[in-house]
Design a protein around this ligand. Structure first.
Ligand code: G4P
Length: 530
């Protein structure tokens, strides 16, 4: 039997993030192929949400339903247990992605070499930077006529505000793509589209001036020599420490669909990516190797069958050993709960499990006890930090359309916002309800589910706000004064924290300048998160 420390040392839990279409699903599939979890290409379902019309909402939920099974995928590779947490590509579900990023120890960021850094990538990287999550970059689709690699690296550094260092380097691209030179192993990997990679495709070249290089890649040898000299001069040497603190991102090049450059990426990932790390709570730092179990909820997925209101709650194990049917302490509710049928996710299948270790994700069936961010322990009272709400971008006033169903509406709103479908803010002692989301789709989800699961009808009236900030101030009088003066734009969140709504980034900056004593936080968590 492996000890707890050995189990922790085997685990790497990460997410693949990208702008839709960059190749996240394809890369996931190739990684699972390496792990032997799937046998054929095409086995991983894309969690892409294809939206055609509003009335298509159920179809969207069904698609999301499919993605429940694929929310977490695990595979074994070289004695490691690798957990991939899937993130929705659709912009409207970006909040789901932000929350998933709180449950991983590192990320692989996929960038399309043709399109470069896209909007969604910038926002996701912001969350990684905030949490100092180690990032490996994979530049995909080298088989297409993409951008110049040096330009791509410049763009990544400029737009994503992270230093990069290429660990592999492409030899040409598009139709003349020859392969990738692995800078650190000094190996040349030649490219054959769609072929199974075989040993003879890998040529060891210890000295770039060797004629072997010219033999292998003819005219491209001179350019490669030039590029490598330039890279050695311009980019920092790879430093594992700087990677682990999120200061430098190693970059790999390849083509996921052609299974090219994936093994290099996976091998480097296995070597450098962190095993489960300590996590901060509101009382102390929790080490993964502590004997007592602890974990937190980062995702809740509703059942698609409205008759059964049970849901799947995803818990990230942070310390100790999680055991089936043992009583655990639900800190927020101050209640003991046991879970008779917890599941884990092997490949793409769910399986009931008896035990889970730090880094693992456990799926628990729930009938309404949990909300995002809840902590489970063996009795100690603490709450994990770093699972904040992020500022929504679209705000609407909710009006009740079924007056005899006020209670159902309240209950539905409370439960659905606990699940993270949207954020709820109230004004005038709860009489005015403002719903905030990052995407239009969530309003439809909320409206549909309120009607079909709770029998409550509602409507939304658009508001002009574009950002919510959580307010704090050392001097309560200053805060009180500001709130009184701006009462139209002030509300309380579900935890009774004061929130200010701004009409634009410009106006927000104006208020910040005018009120130096007040702090405007863009996430609901003001304490330092680890
Ligand atoms: P996503 O999950 O990030 O949204 O992207 P996904 O993997 O679904 O890939 C998006 C499209 O890009 C797919 O094509 C996929 O085949 C293609 N693709 C992925 N990697 C590469 C690559 O290295 N080179 C090239 N040329 N294409 C790549 P599709 O036409 O949308 O879907 P499909 O019908 O091919 O599956």
């Amino acid at each position: 039997m492996a000890t707890l420390r050995e189990e922790i040392g085997k685990r790497k839990t990460f997410a693949i993030i990208s702008h839709p279409d960059a190749g996240k699903t394809t890369l996931t599939e190739k990684l699972l192929l390496f792990g032997g979890q799937i046998q054929a290409a095409g086995a991983v379902k894309s969690n892409k949400i294809v939206k055609s019309t509003t009335s298509d909402f159920m179809a969207i939920e069904k698609q999301r339903g499919i993605s429940v099974a694929t929310s977490v995928m695990s595979f074994e590779y070289r004695d490691l247990k690798i957990n991939i947490l899937d993130t929705p590509g659709h912009k409207d579900f970006a909040e789901d992605t932000y929350r998933t990023l709180t449950a991983v120890d590192s990320v692989i960021l996929v960038i399309d070499s043709v399109k470069g850094v896209e909007a969604q990538t910038e926002r996701l990287m912001e969350v990684c930077r905030m949490r100092r999550t180690p990032v490996i970059v994979f530049i995909n689709k080298l088989d297409r006529e993409g951008q110049e690699p040096f330009e791509l690296l410049d763009e990544i550094e400029a737009k994503l505000a992270i230093r990069v260092t290429p660990l592999s380097w492409p030899i040409s691209r598009g139709r003349t793509f020859k392969g990738v030179y692995n800078r650190f192993e000094r190996r040349l990997n030649l490219f054959r589209p769609n072929s199974e990679r075989v040993e003879k495709d890998i040529v060891q070249i210890d000295d770039l001036s060797s004629p072997l290089l010219d033999e292998q890649i003819d005219d491209f040898a001179a350019k490669l020599r030039e590029d490598i000299t330039l890279i050695d001069g311009v980019y920092d040497r790879f430093d594992t420490e700087a990677y682990l603190t999120g200061d430098i991102a190693p970059v790999f090049f390849g083509s996921a669909v052609n299974n090219f450059g994936i093994r290099e990426l996976l091998d480097a990932f296995c070597q450098i990516a962190p095993v489960p790390r300590p996590r901060m709570t509101d009382t102390r730092l929790i080490e993964p190797a502590e004997a007592a179990f602890s974990g937190f909820v980062f995702k809740i997925h509703a059942n698609l069958d409205p008759k059964h209101r049970n849901r799947m709650v995803f818990v990230r194990v942070c310390s100790g050993t999680f055991e089936r049917s043992k009583y655990y302490h639900h800190v927020r509710l101050d209640k003991e709960l046991r879970f008779a049928a917890p599941v884990s996710f092997i490949g793409q299948k769910k399986e009931t499990i008896d035990e889970a270790y730090p880094g693992d994700v456990v799926g628990i069936f729930d009938v309404g006890n949990f909300k995002i961010g809840d902590t489970l322990t063996e009795g100690e009272r603490f709450n994990f930090q770093g699972i904040p709400s992020f500022s929504p971008e679209i705000f609407k006033l909710l009006t009740n359309k079924s007056f005899e169903k006020v209670k159902q509406l309240e209950k539905g709103l409370a439960q659905l916002t606990d699940e993270g479908v949207a954020q709820l803010f109230v004004q005038e002692q709860g009489r005015r309800k403002i719903v905030g989301t990052v995407g239009q789709l969530q309003f439809e989800v909320l409206q549909y589910r309120l009607e079909h699961e709770y029998g409550a009808l509602c409507e939304f009236v658009p508001l002009s706000f574009t950002k919510a900030c959580w307010l704090t101030a050392k001097d309560p009088k200053k805060l009180e004064e500001f709130c009184r003066y701006r009462s139209n734009a002030i509300a309380l969140d579900k935890d009774d924290h004061i929130v200010f709504f701004a009409d634009s980034d410009y106006m927000l900056q104006h208020h910040r300048n005018e009120n130096p004593d007040i702090e405007f936080h863009t996430t609901s968590e003001f304490k330092r998160a680890l």
